[in-house]
Ligand binder design. Structure first.
Ligand code: CA
Length: 237
């Protein structure tokens, strides 16, 4: 089986696309490119990329709408938003609509490679034979929640919960250390595998909120992922 990973670049600035394509191919990735949002959405559906680099300001359809549409279709491909430096609010908005990460332009290839490495779809995430058999062999973790670590799927009351890879990794990390409280910086290091600093810990809060909306019956009164005020988050059992 060919293990070469495909990265879809959705960016309307041709010189940026050229630099990205050159560097990513040199690192062993296959690339495909789209220069507007509509084409980006089509290629995300048809090329089955392992990761998408997604610019925000794009002709025909903005990056946020591309990401939102993919998530609404149940497509959980890792998405890294490319933002311009002056658009700080884009970072949080991008995460809230389902992106996995963001990187601020201009960025170094070294920085981008680290982000890609931390976010790309893991190999060996085989599709389960069927949702029913994956649910049956899932391990109960708490309450109605169960996790199948072979198929990387989470179930609530037997029904599959669609999570992004990062949401899945955050949940399984916390659930595998029940009742242990982790600070946002701890979680950045353990789950994001990347040396984040400063205000980027906001990423943890947004991801926790999204995760609660998917796994909790009442996200405002969570029972699985709890907040220890002033300290961090923990998985309650
Ligand atoms: Ca642009």
């Amino acid at each position: 089986m060919n293990s070469q990973k495909t990265i879809l670049i959705v960016e309307d600035e041709k010189n940026i696309v050229d630099i990205l394509r050159f560097n990513l191919q040199r690192e062993g990735f296959r690339t495909c490119e789209a220069y507007d949002g509509e084409d980006g959405l089509n290629k995300a559906r048809t090329e089955n990329p392992d990761l998408i680099l997604l610019d925000v300001m794009l002709p025909k359809m903005i990056g946020f709408d591309v990401c939102k549409t993919l998530r609404a279709e149940g497509n959980n491909v890792p998405v890294i938003i490319l933002t311009a430096r002056e658009e700080e609010s884009d970072k949080v908005l991008g995460l809230e609509i389902g992106a996995d990460d963001y990187i601020t332009k201009p960025f170094s290839m070294r920085e981008l490679s680290a982000r890609i490495g931390a976010n790309i779809r893991r190999s060996g995430m085989a599709a389960p034979a069927s949702a029913a058999s994956a649910a049956a062999s899932a391990m109960p973790v708490a309450g109605e929640l169960s996790i199948n670590t072979d198929s990387h799927q989470v179930f609530r009351g037997g029904a599959v919960v669609e999570l992004t890879q990062r949401e899945y990794e955050l949940l399984t990390f916390l659930a595998s250390h029940p009742n242990k409280v982790y600070s946002r910086v701890d979680l950045m290091e353990q789950v994001w595998n990347y040396g984040y600093v400063g205000s980027d810990v906001r990423t943890v809060d947004v991801t926790v909120r999204r995760l609660r909306e998917k796994i909790e019956a009442d996200p405002a009164n969570p029972v699985y992922i709890l907040t220890r005020r002033g300290v961090g988050y923990y998985f309650s059992v």
